[in-house]
Ligand binder design. Structure first.
Ligand code: CMX
Ligand code: CO
Length: 140
């Protein structure tokens, strides 16, 4: 069902400071930046490797509201790994198959994610404590 690890999402307090650290320390480059009002984040995707059927990225996430998933996570845990995003070819098919295994979906329908992707989250209480995101990349 999964085609790759699309990204690892990391909660940060200051996006610009964290981007600079990833650029300087690991030599990563920013592929996209955006504000996602619905998800409550200002974010950047840093490319790790470009490959078929899609690249893999580090997603840096700064909350724009304290009362948002990343804002609450930061207050509780501080900076660190927030979620893992897996690439899928068909997000609605993957959601249905996984829900059929008894895993709760946070999103009943796919939402808008980074770089035009369709995304859906699985509840961390049903996935061994790992917030898990399904990512169907935009097709050109
Ligand atoms: N990883 C693992 N567990 C997490 C978690 C995370 N990222 N975020 C919250 N939890 C756990 C908490 O530790 C808490 O556990 P306990 O009950 O054992 O203390 C429980 O979930 C509830 O925590 P909460 O702070 O009260 O959070 P909510 O129930 O309000 O929300 C969740 C939890 C998963 C539904 C919410 O974070 C969510 O909807 N996430 C999906 C959206 C999202 O994360 N968007 C930002 C990224 C956008 C992108 O990637 O593009
Ligand atoms: Co993500």
């Amino acid at each position: 069902m999964f085609t790759r690890i699309d990204h690892v999402g990391i909660a940060v307090r200051d996006l610009d400071t964290s981007i600079a650290w990833y650029e300087t320390t690991f030599g990563l480059t920013v592929a996209a930046r955006e504000v996602n009002e619905e998800q409550g984040v200002r974010e950047a995707m840093l490319l790790v490797v470009d490959a078929a059927p899609g690249g893999s990225y580090v997603q840096l996430l700064e909350p724009i509201r304290e009362d948002s998933p990343v804002g609450k996570f930061l207050a509780r845990n501080g900076e660190g790994v927030h979620h893992v995003g897996y690439g899928v070819d068909d997000v609605e098919g993957a959601m249905a198959a996984i829900a059929g295994q008894g895993v709760r979906l946070v999103d009943k329908r796919p939402r808008h994610g980074s770089m035009g992707a369709s995304i859906a989250f699985l509840h961390p209480k049903d996935t061994g404590g790992v917030l898990t995101e399904l990512v169907q990349a935009r097709t050109e």
